[in-house]
Design a protein around this ligand. Structure first.
Ligand code: SAH
Ligand code: SF4
Length: 373
């Protein structure tokens, strides 16, 4: 555990800035049950109190340590001085007509990240960011244009869930790690986040309702298998030939389609019977032909994958276009003919630019136009 907190402002709430030199103590909301047990041990109290902290912080969402009932006084004192408690500012909070709800959070170091709540029939899905920016450089992705600023800590990912829960009336049923960033470039913190949100004594999200989406970092997919990370896997395949995939996703030069599909096959495995979701961004004239649809059927033959077709969500200067509806329907029909389950996912909340990374950019643009005195 870190030393005593040097700067202490107001009542505790369990958020932190991981790299802040002002506040070096670890954040309570970034701690797994095993960490909480260690915390109790260091405080000299029984490990059973870890269960109580887990339940009150993650299940009931209390943001003040002293609102957790019946902890020994020594533990309150220990928490007061050994865990950091800073809260990110919600600097934009906008709802589109279709119910999509986007929040922009400013971390204590000034870095901004976004999270989106997407309504569905009887459920709310939250899209979580895992990095500030992204280093993967996919050509069709707005997040890629600014490169990577830094990884997010597990605490900063948990903070997104806690804030969204605070701001929404409906229960959040699903979590998808499909916001800004490549989750597998930030494996340790993302894995910690996944374990925290699926802990049955805490948030208790079902592992079947947490989905990690990757551009295809093959060694990290094997790490997920080895660690038995309690979540689903989604793979952004986005092309059916190495030539096209390498042109739009630089990661493909390192881990080409055949290697990626082997990893998908191994992930699905006979033993665990895990399912993998395949994402496919549709780019006009690039990857939307019937030949592509046929190659996609071959690649996915016998794997039982569901395919999410994502018509390209345009942004200025991208150089790509969304295929027309007829092309998308034909492509979709070809997959359905091969008995693949498909879903066409239009970007929701268009009027608030709900695609990957767009709110942040939009706010930045507005600030440029309206300088603050
Ligand atoms: N980095 C991870 C998760 C974040 S991106 C990944 O790439 O999988 C989430 C999804 O949004 C990915 O499937 C990606 O291919 C898709 N995406 C990115 N930019 C898009 C755009 N402009 N239009 C439609 N989908 C996009
Ligand atoms: Fe990063 Fe995913 Fe965007 Fe590619 S699509 S740049 S991996 S966020």
């Amino acid at each position: 555990m870190g030393g005593p907190v040097s700067c202490w402002n107001g009542p505790p709430s369990f958020f932190m800035c991981p790299n802040s030199s002002h506040n070096p103590a670890p954040a309570l909301i970034g701690m797994e049950h095993t960490d909480l047990v260690k915390l109790c041990h260091s405080a000299g109290v029984k490990p059973v109190h870890a269960d109580r902290i887990n339940a009150w912080v993650f299940r009931h969402g209390v943001t003040n340590i002293h609102d957790i009932p019946e902890l020994p006084q020594t533990l309150y004192d220990y928490l007061d001085t050994h865990v950091s408690q800073l809260k990110p500012n919600c600097v934009a909070n906008r709802k589109a007509d279709d119910g999509t709800h986007k929040m922009l959070l400013r971390m204590p170091d000034g870095k901004e990240i976004e999270t989106v709540l997407i309504p569905g029939p009887g459920r709310l899905t939250q899209c979580i960011s895992t990095q500030v920016g992204c280093a993967a450089g996919c050509k069709f992705c707005l997040t890629a244009t600014a490169g990577l600023t830094r990884n997010l800590s597990a605490a900063e990912m948990v903070a997104q869930v806690m804030l969204a829960r605070e701001k929404s009336e409906q229960e959040i049923r699903n979590l998808v790690l499909m916001g800004m960033g490549e989750p597998l470039h930030n494996y340790d913190e993302v894995a910690r986040f996944v374990r925290i949100v699926t802990d049955p004594m805490g948030f208790a999200f079902s592992p079947r309702r947490v989905t990690l989406s990757t551009s295809g970092l093959v060694p990290a997919i094997y790490r997920m298998i080895e660690d038995e990370l309690p979540c689903n896997l989604a793979v952004s395949l986005n092309a059916t030939t190495d030539e096209v995939r390498s042109a739009i996703m630089p990661i493909n030069s390192k881990y080409p389609i055949a290697e990626l599909m082997n990893a998908v096959r191994d992930y699905i495995g006979v033993k665990s019977r895990k399912r993998v979701l395949i994402e496919y961004v549709m780019l006009k004239g690039v990857n939307d032909s019937i030949d592509d649809a046929e190659r996609l059927c071959e690649l996915l033959d016998g794997l039982g994958c569901t395919v999410n077709l994502l018509p390209f969500n345009p942004f200025p200067g991208s150089g790509f276009q969304r295929p027309n509806d007829a092309t998308i329907s034909e492509f979709n029909a070809r997959l359905s003919k091969a008995s693949l389950v498909t879903v066409v996912r239009e970007s929701k909340g268009d009027e608030i630019s709900a695609a990957c990374g767009q709110l942040k950019t939009e706010v930045a643009e507005r600030r440029k136009r309206t300088p603050v005195a």
